[in-house]
Design a protein around this ligand. Structure first.
Ligand code: NAD
Length: 426
């Protein structure tokens, strides 16, 4: 038997601890501004429920390997919790906790009847066979089955998990439950009750935020210069949508480097050549670094890769008029302050990347009613939700004279704090 070592004391753990702390800092500020007592913060600064599980899986070589998995449920005052499950070697408690809080905020911002949840398994799916992944996915569901379900906590895809993994998890849950239960999980294949528009939902949500922010700043998207960091699921679709809207995508990047062309890149060609991990720059010689790319002249900058990219160190050199955060946590709190002082409009992650959970909600609604919507219906509903949420956050930032991140946290936290108060929890 072999045991998979849970990630700890690594650089990643420290980063995730910082991520949790900065989220807690903004939640505290938001609750204070809303006039909630200290008990509200005490309740909302950590998940109300956190489960750690050990999952034995028989590997292809015949040995049993035991994996560590987590499920965090941040707050269920509003309704069932909801959030993705990631498969990654660096997954740890702090990260899963922070991400579950972000899911609560996102659900509050787009006004869904959910609280936030998140799960993860410490593993490297790139080194596992299809059969091993199936065993792990089913084992995880068996281990957490008592605390999840369509009216308790609804998982979804996240980093390195996809619709096939959702299908195995749904099937396992349906076996335990002894009836077909598609509403247990979202991000499923269409034939198993998935929703149209789920794959592109995050990038669509980001696109709508870019459009609304551009209008506010008097920028015509047609011809606007856009830079996108990250060329994976979010960044790839976003490049396509920006290109289709007539914007000039002047630079894109991946983990290997960045490509720049002031006349605009050929996005269709780059998407065609990209590999399944979102890498394309390795095919070119004239690349620049990610750091150089972030500081290039442009109208709109979209970090859509990893955390901590715009920091105290480079925030003064960012030339964009608008920054829209598609990635989770790409701008530090210090950098957020600097951008605000420089009158750069920052659309925060908890608002900009909420398209995914919104269409996940649509999927759950369709599963519950057993009646399915067309692609056009989904897109129309998504557009309405994101536009309304964007302006709700923007108006809060204007009336309170605060940056959009704090405004988004105020909008996001208010609903769960109110629900907890009505329930008599605080
Ligand atoms: P992905 O794995 O599909 O793509 C990630 C991209 O970032 C790849 O192009 C990769 O090469 C690049 N990258 C990795 N390390 C990098 C580095 N050090 N510098 C520059 N680029 C780097 O991931 P994704 O699904 O597109 O997610 C991107 C971000 O958006 C993440 O922060 C994720 O949490 C966030 N997000 C995604 C979704 C979604 O539905 N996909 C939803 C909400 C938030």
């Amino acid at each position: 038997m072999v045991a998979d070592k849970p990630a700890d004391s690594s650089k990643e753990s420290k980063e995730h601890l910082d991520m949790l702390k900065s989220t807690q800092t903004v939640i505290k500020k938001a609750l204070d501004k809303l006039g909630y007592p200290e008990e509200a913060y005490e309740l909302l600064r950590e998940p109300v429920r956190f489960m750690t599980v050990r999952i034995p899986v028989r590997m292809d070589d015949g040995q049993i390997k035991v994996f560590t998995g987590y499920r965090a449920q941040h707050n269920d005052a509003v309704g069932p919790t909801k959030g993705g499950v990631r498969f990654h070697p660096d997954v740890n408690e702090k990260e899963v906790s922070a991400l579950s809080i972000w899911m609560s905020l996102k659900a509050g911002i787009v006004d869904l009847p959910y609280g936030g949840g998140k799960g993860g398994i410490v593993c490297d799916p790139r080194e596992m066979s299809f059969r091993e992944l199936e065993g792990l996915s089913r084992g995880y569901v068996r281990a957490i089955s008592q605390i999840v379900g369509p009216t308790k906590d609804i998982p979804a895809p996240d980093v390195f998990t996809n619709s096939q993994i959702m299908a195995w998890m749904m099937d396992e849950y349906s076996r335990i439950d002894e009836f077909n239960n598609p509403g247990f999980i979202t991000g499923k294949p269409l034939v198993l009750g998935g929703s149209h528009g789920r794959d592109t939902a995050t990038a669509k949500g980001v696109t709508i935020c870019v459009e609304e922010a551009a209008k506010l700043r008097g920028i015509d998207l047609n011809g606007a210069r856009v830079i996108i960091q990250g060329f994976g699921n979010a960044g790839g679709f976003l490049s396509k949508f920006m290109n289709d809207a007539g914007a000039k995508v002047v630079a894109i990047s991946d983990a290997q480097g960045a490509l720049y062309d002031p006349d605009g890149l050929d996005i269709d060609y780059l998407l065609d050549r990209r590999d399944s991990f979102g890498t394309v720059t390795n095919l070119f010689e004239n690349t620049i670094s990610n750091d150089e790319m972030l500081e290039l002249d442009c109208d709109i900058l979209v970090p859509a890769a990893i955390a901590n990219q715009i920091t105290e160190e480079n925030a003064n050199r960012i030339k964009a008029n608008i920054v829209v955060e598609a990635a989770n946590g790409p701008t530090t709190l210090e950098a957020t302050k600097i951008l605000a002082e420089r009158d750069i409009l920052l659309v925060p992650d908890v608002l900009a990347s909420s398209g995914g959970v919104t269409v996940s909600y649509f999927e759950w609604v369709q599963n519950n009613q057993g009646y399915y919507w067309t692609e056009e219906e989904v897109q129309e509903k998504l557009q309405k939700v994101i536009v309304k949420s964007f302006h709700n956050v923007y108006d809060t930032s204007q009336t309170r004279n605060i940056d959009m991140r704090l405004a988004a946290y105020m909008v996001g936290v208010r609903k769960m704090a109110e629900a907890a108060r009505f329930r008599g929890w605080i």
